[in-house]
Design a protein around this ligand. Structure first.
Ligand code: BDR
Ligand code: CA
Length: 315
């Protein structure tokens, strides 16, 4: 039997964040979710907090501790993405307001305390939004960095360019100072950039397979995905939109679905034209040391087979 990985999911739901949370909750034999920490990102914190709890309840995990973190980026003015995710961040389905409450403890304190309490090298950080909470934890407690087993993030883009500016992917763009702190932390990092997620389209055939599961979580997920993909379908002219955030959880469950390269990734923090760009030394043209495994390819059918099989375990 493989060991159960302890993870903290830091997130800004978001329909694709919701899919990632559901994938994790559906995989208790492999993943123990110690807590969900929320950050301002796709929508303001009050909504990301609400949305995380909606997803927990929908997945039958109202016991899951949810912690609220940063309300805004470290330095830059807040940027949100209601144009993609809708006003609430989870537009598209009628769901009841959550009953479960947030924890009293702040997300940053929870991350620090958990990493100090658990044996070194056993906790994996999964980040699905801007990296503000993680950077604040690292600034507050630099001793936690060597204790992190791995940080798997959805963020960045290189060959695909950006999705919020021509150069930048949303999660990095929103808080480039935070991303810079994380990339320089020495934590083993795996990046799931747009180069990977743009291969994962929620085509009609795939969404139909989720609908065919016939459960309430699947029904809600289909409605969320159909709302979420409309913006990208128009933008890219594709059948379905890219499903970004579940890549992080899928990597923990089936790393063989993904391939990439260890390379140096630096964050542009100053240029107004390219701020938030992930500058990836894919061809190793500098002697800057590798600080991340930057993924580039994914087995898309294998990914959706995993996602749909796990969704079928919920509800
Ligand atoms: C990322 O930005 C958000 O809109 C999504 O939830 C995802 O985390 C994609 O660029
Ligand atoms: Ca997200």
């Amino acid at each position: 039997m493989t060991d159960i990985r302890k993870i903290i999911i830091d997130t800004d739901p978001g329909q694709d964040d919701a899919a990632a949370l559901m994938l994790a909750f559906a995989s208790p034999a492999e993943l123990e979710v110690l807590g969900v920490t929320v950050v301002a990102g796709n929508v303001p914190l009050s909504y990301t907090s609400r949305n995380a709890r909606i997803v927990c309840e929908l997945s039958g995990r109202s016991d899951m501790p949810v912690y609220e973190g940063a309300v805004k980026p470290l330095e830059r003015p807040q940027v949100t993405a209601e144009h993609v995710h809708g006003k609430t961040g989870l537009d598209g389905a009628e769901v009841p307001e959550p009953v479960m409450r947030v924890q009293a403890q702040n997300a940053v304190d929870f991350i620090v305390e958990t990493l100090r309490r658990e044996p070194a090298g056993t906790v994996t950080l999964c980040t699905l939004g801007p990296l503000t909470n993680i950077a604040m934890a690292l600034m507050q407690a630099p001793d936690i960095a060597p204790r992190v087993r791995e940080l798997v993030m959805m963020g960045g883009g290189f060959f695909e360019g950006g999705n919020i500016t021509p150069a930048a992917e949303f999660n990095i763009y929103v808080d480039p100072q935070a991303a810079d702190i994380v990339m320089k932390s020495g934590i083993p990092i795996v990046m799931m950039p747009l180069d990977v997620t743009h291969q994962l389209l929620t085509t009609k055939a795939r969404v139909q397979r989720i609908a065919a599961l016939g459960t309430r979580p699947a029904e809600v997920m289909v409605q969320w995905l159909q709302f979420f993909e409309r913006f990208d379908e128009e933008k890219y002219g594709s059948d379905g939109g890219p499903l970004h955030d579940p890549t992080v959880i899928a990597y923990l469950l089936k790393p063989e679905l993904f391939s990439g390269r260890d390379c140096n990734v630096e964050i542009e923090t100053r240029s107004e034209l390219t701020v938030g760009m992930t500058v990836v030394d894919w061809w190793r043209v500098t002697d800057r040391p590798a600080n991340a495994r930057f993924m580039r390819h994914v087995d898309a059918d294998g990914f959706f087979d995993l996602l749909i099989e796990r969704f079928g375990r919920l509800g």
